[in-house]
Design a protein around this ligand. Structure first.
Ligand code: SF4
Length: 352
């Protein structure tokens, strides 16, 4: 019996598969068979009748960042003409608009900006909470940066932010959880151990978090799978991850130049994620990087969440804001793919 056959037997028996089995499946199984195995696990965990989605807004409180990651086109150095720090009035306006459009939470993240202290952040969280939305904010690299800058242990940083109203933590900044890769693409940012430490500390405090993976740059297949197994291992200990969100690296003009990952590669990675992470409740399709139609297909390759409708700025529209992908369109896309779309909040409670 081949390793792949052995792995398929385990999946059908609802048992976790080992690393070598995962590698054999990832490399050797044909794409549609891999998708069917992923869909089996998706169905076991979430049924096969519905797909969830969120209405939220991504607010980046500053683009000033000392990390200078080689894949990032967002950051600016302090003093650059496009550098900004968000003021309270702008924040309030964005939160109010989000609430009016049916949003449940703000994805609140920003660059590693040494000029912003704990009180600055607590004030921002309080503003969002006072306007009735949850704060899904601060990825592990930000928390590690705060811990170093404020000379405060990670659990204390988290306690302070929770005290102000932080509700859950996004799994950003994971990229690939391999220090070989991180040394090359983001040497100033949290390393693998630190990323996991923040998540473990958050889970111990009762916070739910997501986990992500940005693949398709300089990592190997082995490193992709190691990333999945690190998440699975921590989830076995804490149970704090709500979902896993893999997406492909998006090249910018001045970022690392590599060959772009195709749809086949995305779906294969998504499916193996669903299969390996059989202890993480949800897997999110990335319509933002793949487009809405590949995201529809992803719903049959293990994903049970369509991500966020995403509110965007639109100064020319009368209302001032609009959706990047309106909820009605997500509902229609899900229906066409064979599912009913249901709105969820930041910790995956279904609310609509
Ligand atoms: S830490 Fe975040 S904002 Fe800063 S350079 Fe890296 S990816 Fe960009």
């Amino acid at each position: 019996m081949s390793l792949s056959d052995y792995a398929i037997g385990k999946i059908k028996n609802n048992e976790p598969i080992g690393f070598d089995e995962a590698m054999a499946l990832y490399k050797d199984t044909d794409l549609l068979a891999l998708g069917q195995l992923a869909h089996l696990i998706r169905t076991r965990l979430n049924g096969d009748s519905h797909v969830t989605f969120a209405i939220d807004r991504n607010i980046n409180y500053t683009n000033i960042c000392i990390s200078q990651c080689k894949f990032c086109a967002f950051f600016r150095d302090k003093g650059h003409k496009e550098a900004y720090v968000m003021d309270n009035v702008t924040l309030e306006q964005k939160v109010i608009e989000t609430k009016e459009l049916g949003g449940t939470h703000i994805l609140f993240q920003g660059g590693l900006n040494p000029d912003l202290d704990l009180e600055w952040h607590k004030e921002k969280i309080r503003i969002i909470r006072s306007l009735g939305l949850n704060v899904h904010g601060y990825s592990p690299p930000e928390i590690i940066f705060f811990s170093k800058s404020w000379d405060m242990p990670v659990p204390k940083v988290l306690e302070e932010l929770v005290d102000a109203g932080l509700s859950s933590i996004p799994g950003g900044g994971a990229e690939i959880l391999s220090d070989r890769v991180r040394e090359k693409v983001s040497p100033k940012k949290a390393n693998t151990e630190q990323w996991l430490l923040v998540m473990k500390s958050a889970h111990m405090l009762g916070l739910k978090t997501t986990a992500t993976m940005m693949f398709g740059h300089i990592e190997t297949a082995m490193e992709r799978l190691e990333h999945l197994f690190l998440i699975r291992e921590l989830q076995e200990q804490t149970g704090g991850f709500t979902s896993f969100i893999p997406w492909t690296y998006q090249m910018g003009e001045h970022t690392i130049q590599v060959e772009k990952e195709g749809t086949n590669s995305y779906l294969r990675m998504l499916a193996i994620s669903r299969i390996v992470l059989n202890n993480v409740p949800h897997i999110q399709a990335s319509w933002v990087t793949q487009g809405p139609h590949v995201a529809q297909v992803a719903l049959h390759f293990g994903a049970d969440d369509f991500g966020s409708s995403m509110i965007e700025e639109n100064v020319v529209s009368a209302a001032g804001t609009s959706f990047l992908l309106p909820p009605e369109e997500i509902i229609a896309l899900a229906k066409e793919a064979g599912f009913e779309a249901r709105q969820r909040d930041n910790v995956y409670n279904i609310i609509g």
